[in-house]
Design a protein around this ligand. Structure first.
Ligand code: FEO
Length: 168
């Protein structure tokens, strides 16, 4: 039986992960509109990873005898001024998600739900990776500045990203 407070909070995080997927898909659409296919690919893979995160919460809630309730998703932003603007938004979003995960860990500890706490530790580790991978792109875009040739090179590099088998 899942503690109702954990059930509510995990359903909230399920919505947040789905929103993350929606946001990154919107960024992918923006990059497609800019003819930056590599960045569009990077964001599309990110959107798929977020869907995987959402499904982890979906499965955990069900396995613990809770009830998954899906709620309305906020409409994501659809336009950015330039590539760095979008990746900076993505970085800030990941920092926000890290805060949400930390809040869930605090709740799980407070409620003495050890299984929930153990489950969340995967996300604690994942958020370190999530922030770092976006930060790397932000740093590169800052270095590149207005150099069109370098943006083209980075776009090619980001086009190589594929979904890890575990996230499929
Ligand atoms: Fe699901 Fe990017 O955190």
């Amino acid at each position: 039986m899942l503690n109702p407070k954990i059930e509510d909070a995990f359903n909230g995080q399920l919505n947040a992960e789905l929103y993350s997927s929606y946001l990154y898909l919107s960024m992918s659409a923006y990059f497609e509109s800019q003819n930056l296919a590599g960045m569009a690919n990077w964001m599309r893979v990110q959107a798929q990873e977020e869907l995987g995160h959402a499904m982890k919460f979906f499965d955990f809630i069900n396995e613990r005898g809770g009830r998954v309730t899906l709620t309305q998703l906020e409409a994501p932003k659809t336009q950015w001024a330039y590539p760095l603007d979008a990746f900076q938004d993505a970085y800030e979003h990941e920092c926000k998600v890290t805060g949400l995960i930390n809040g869930l860990v605090d709740l799980a500890i407070g409620e003495k739900d050890h299984a929930a706490n153990t489950f969340l530790q995967w996300f604690v580790t994942e958020q370190v990776e999530e922030e770092s991978s976006v930060q790397t792109v932000v740093d590169k875009l800052k270095m590149i500045g207005d150099s069109g040739g370098a943006v083209f090179m980075l776009d090619g590099e980001l086009g190589q990203r594929t979904l890890p088998p575990a996230a499929e």
